[in-house]
Design a protein around this ligand. Structure first.
Ligand SMILES: Nc1nc2c(ncn2[C@@H]2O[C@H](COP(=O)(O)OP(=O)(O)O)[C@@H](O)[C@H]2O)c(=O)[nH]1
Ligand SMILES: [Mg+2]
Length: 282
């Protein structure tokens, strides 16, 4: 994947493109990473989507903590935002088809009542780089990249892909930028691989990873790197140095940091979710 550098001009252009394409579709799938449902959401998208039916799709659910994923779905649904979790690499995506029809049920019924011939529902995927847009698209169209046809009246011809019996997808998903302002968000994005050329030093990301796992899954850290549980009581930097030794990297903690990040991305430390559901707002 090409590395995307987001400059203000690029952001404005991306937003403009999304705005244009929004006019063409009935519903938007907003893809977020199930491991970071909040941090992988684009900050400006909500405003743009306020008048358009949308579904938050938590991708890569196979890598996230299932309990947390369930909590996130309940949280979104409670806020009136439909949400589903998927694994686009394996498993059925019928859940998406069902959810779309569910969200649009009233509109579809109205059309039917007015005798409007049912057309395929027009769908667009949106999300930050690496969230799984292409994978989902391919899965939904089952590699059948047959185009439905160009829409007349659109200056730049849009291609539509048939998906199942009732859906058609815009072939170019909307790519948006992640949040960069908050360094913690940056480390989370780097750790999960959303930012390939990390904006943060590898050891910073690894130190964050160690802190996170000490808090949420200490046994996974101990097992993977053969650490005695007491080691986790040490300052985080010393834990990193201990892991470096255990890996046989002597004092090359940068190499160990790289390994730690790689293991985490690949799920070698088990399933995890880095964003917590916000506390109940009454
Ligand atoms: N484990 C897992 N990996 C996924 C899933 N969806 C996408 N990926 C992987 O995430 C990476 C980025 O996916 P891609 O579709 O290219 O993201 P895009 O940049 O949004 O189009 C690829 O390595 C995919 O194989 C999923 O549901 N589970
Ligand atoms: Mg892609």
């Amino acid at each position: 994947m090409a590395i995307i550098q987001w400059f203000p001009g690029h952001m404005a252009k991306a937003m403009r493109q999304v705005k244009e394409n929004l006019k063409l579709v009935d519903i938007v799938l907003e893809l977020v990473d199930a491991r970071l449902p909040e941090s992988s959401r684009n900050p400006q998208l909500a405003e743009l989507l306020k008048d358009k039916p949308s579904i938050v799709v938590l991708t890569k659910k196979d890598l996230a903590d299932p309990k947390q994923t369930q909590k996130w779905i309940e949280y979104y649904e409670k806020m009136g935002q439909p949400a589903v979790a998927i694994n686009s690499v394996q498993g059925s995506l019928k859940v998406i088809d069902t959810k779309i029809k569910n969200v649009l049920a009233e509109k579809l019924a109205n059309k039917k009542a007015r005798g409007i011939r049912s057309q395929r529902i027009k769908v667009m995927c949106i999300g930050i780089p690496n969230v799984g847009k292409s994978t989902l698209l391919n899965h939904l169209v089952k590699k059948n990249v047959a185009q439905v046809g160009n829409r007349p009246g659109v200056t730049k011809a849009q291609q539509w892909l048939k998906a199942g019996k009732d859906l058609q997808l815009l072939d170019t998903p909307g790519i948006l930028w992640p949040k960069f302002e908050d360094p913690l968000v940056g480390k989370k994005l780097a750790l999960t691989g959303a930012i390939k050329d990390t904006l943060y030093a590898k050891d910073d990301v690894a130190l964050y990873e160690i802190e996170e796992f000490i808090e949420t899954a200490p046994q996974q850290l101990c097992e993977r790197y053969k650490l005695a549980p007491e080691v986790l009581e040490l300052p985080t930097v010393d834990v990193l140095l201990e892991i470096t030794k255990k890996l046989g990297f002597k004092d090359d903690y940068e190499r160990a940091s790289e390994r730690l990040i790689f293991d985490c991305r690949k799920g070698k430390l088990g399933r995890y979710t880095l964003d917590r559901v916000p506390q109940e707002v009454k």
